[in-house]
Design a protein around this ligand. Sequence first.
Ligand SMILES: [Zn+2]
Length: 161
Amino acid sequence: MAFMRCAGMSMTSRDVSDDVDYIEPPTKQQFVDMCNYLHTLMKEFHLSDFDARISPHHCEAGYVAEVDTDFRYRKVVIALCPQFYTFEPPRQRTILCHEIGHVWCTCLKMPYEGLKEVVSADVWTITETNAMAQEEHMVTGLEWSTAPRMPLPGAPRRVKK
Ligand SMILES: [Zn+2]
């Protein structure tokens, strides 16, 4: 499994404050609608063969989202911050597109994932830190270029003819 934790490039610290006592959790219907929306986006990203889920648990405090991907077994779980359901639909779309971008990037990790066992801890830390930083750049670029073209949450589904 490949795991990424995203602070969200366009987020401010206020948006992901740890003070979340006042935030209502999503209703069951909101959660189901967001799961269905995730499936719509996965299809748009040509990843519809994945078992894609939104975690019932929040991501770590201070982050916008986390994504855990198993590219070989085609599974992805996205955990969202408690504030996610208070964001406007375009921002929700951007966050999910960003996380789905990480799913595609997971296959880039495969060539070096065995390195950890054969290099020193320092070399591994440098390799992993640089690779994760580059992945964030790539995924942010992907997010910027794809999210505006994707349907918004709550938008009517495209009907296949
Ligand atoms: Zn990210």
